[in-house]
Write a protein that binds this ligand. Structure first.
Ligand code: ARG
Length: 278
């Protein structure tokens, strides 16, 4: 199995941002539009929002430490905190729209949610349906196996193993690809509504391995006994925020806010709160 590298779009987008920042903001109506202009967003028409004064974020809050539910029915995690900081900069109130991961892109395309932020990897296939902001986090896909598994490396997955993934994720896309494209074929992959369910299937012996993003993998292994993560990474990826193709004004505004939050260290300090350096 060759390592698959997700397309890196970050550099081009950062360059576009710098040009955007250099351009003068034109005057717009509405708090979000004003805030966007002062956040350095390039004028690209009016920002469209699902609801006035709110920033609706489509996510799947079963993906610790990026998004998860709290005991009192709220939401927390790296993405939720970064999104809150972005909303603050734009003078908006963040609303979390929790749904299946596989429904998030359609929610943004239909305008029911304003953006998807869900530990979502930038993928060329997804870029056909939504636009992505600059990346805010690098991640890798890893393989979880039972401690006593005979699977020692990624190559062992090709030995007629059954792999579990969260539906609609890059893990599923890579694993279900045909062997010519470095995958294991659809017959060797089962998809689950979320990562925790895939991990339960692994513990129950229904599948041989789970392929999922590295940080959720660590959290699942920490709370379930008898599992381990293979040393070799499966694929290298960038997470970014997805926004509807017809909402360039919002894309520019969110990019402007995100750029500032990266530059002033806010994004890193949020990440550091949830992920301790190894
Ligand atoms: N990074 C992977 C992808 O983009 C998995 C993301 C899953 N996120 C979630 N909130 N469940 O496909």
């Amino acid at each position: 199995m060759k390592k698959r590298l997700a397309k890196v779009t970050g550099i081009a987008l950062v360059a576009a941002m710098v040009i955007g920042l250099a351009a003068c903001g034109s005057s717009n109506d509405g708090a979000a539009n004003d805030a966007a202009a002062s956040a350095g967003a390039e004028a690209a028409g009016e920002i469209k929002l699902a609801e006035d004064g709110k920033l609706h974020m489509a996510t799947n809050a079963a993906f610790p430490p990026y998004e998860m539910t709290t005991d009192d029915g709220g939401y927390t995690g790296i993405d939720v905190e970064i999104a809150t900081a972005i909303a603050d900069k734009l003078g908006l109130e963040l609303v979390v729209d929790d749904m299946d991961f596989s429904a998030t892109i359609a929610a943004v395309q239909s305008g029911k949610s304003d953006m998807v932020m869900a530990g979502m990897t930038v993928l060329p296939e997804r870029e056909e349906n939504i636009n992505f902001t600059i990346p805010y986090q690098n991640a890798v896909q890893v393989v979880i196996v039972p401690e006593d598994s005979d699977i020692q490396t990624i190559d062992d997955l090709a030995n007629d193993k059954m792999i579990g993934c969260q539906e609609g994720t890059t893990g599923y896309v890579y694993c279900s690809a045909p062997p010519e494209e470095d995958g294991y074929g659809e017959d060797h992959v089962l998809s689950y509504t979320n990562g925790a369910m895939a991990v339960q299937a692994l513990i129950g012996g229904k599948i041989d391995a789970v392929v999922i993003d590295n940080q959720p993998a660590k959290e699942f292994v920490a709370v379930n006994e008898g599992l381990r993560i293979l040393d070799t990474d499966f694929a290298n990826e960038d997470y970014a925020i997805g926004i509807a193709k017809d909402n360039d004004a919002l894309l520019n505004a969110v990019n402007g806010a995100l750029e500032e939050l990266i530059a002033d260290g806010t994004v890193q300090s949020i990440i550091d709160k949830y992920i301790t350096a190894e």
